[in-house]
Design a protein around this ligand. Structure first.
Ligand code: F3S
Length: 101
């Protein structure tokens, strides 16, 4: 079991989640974050931290979000670990409002 970053993270990348993670399981690219399922300990600390509700437990993902499990596992291996909060991406607040948060 793991936690998964879903599509709401895209073009936001607030990284409040990173600051809550006790095991450094987050990896980031230029647009979003991913969780390494081999490192995540399922503590759920990151879920309430995300301003755009982008993170879910694997078993809570609806059918149309299941593909994020494989994407997180694959992309976490391709991008560096992020251990500290970053500035949100330019346009993150506009995207957040567009998402309804
Ligand atoms: Fe993305 Fe939310 Fe974290 S926007 S980087 S999952 S705080």
């Amino acid at each position: 079991m793991t936690h998964v970053v879903t599509d709401n993270c895209h073009r936001c990348r607030y990284t409040d989640c990173v600051a809550t993670c006790p095991v450094a399981c987050f990896h980031v690219d230029e647009a979003r974050a991913y969780i390494d399922p081999e490192v995540c300990i399922d503590c759920s600390a990151c879920i309430p931290a995300c301003p755009v509700h982008a993170i879910a437990e694997e078993f809570d993902l609806p059918a149309d979000q299941q593909h994020w499990i494989e994407i997180n596992a694959r992309e976490a291996k391709r991008h560096p670990v992020q251990r500290a909060k970053l500035e949100p991406l330019a346009g993150a607040d506009e995207r957040r409002r567009a998402l309804g948060y």
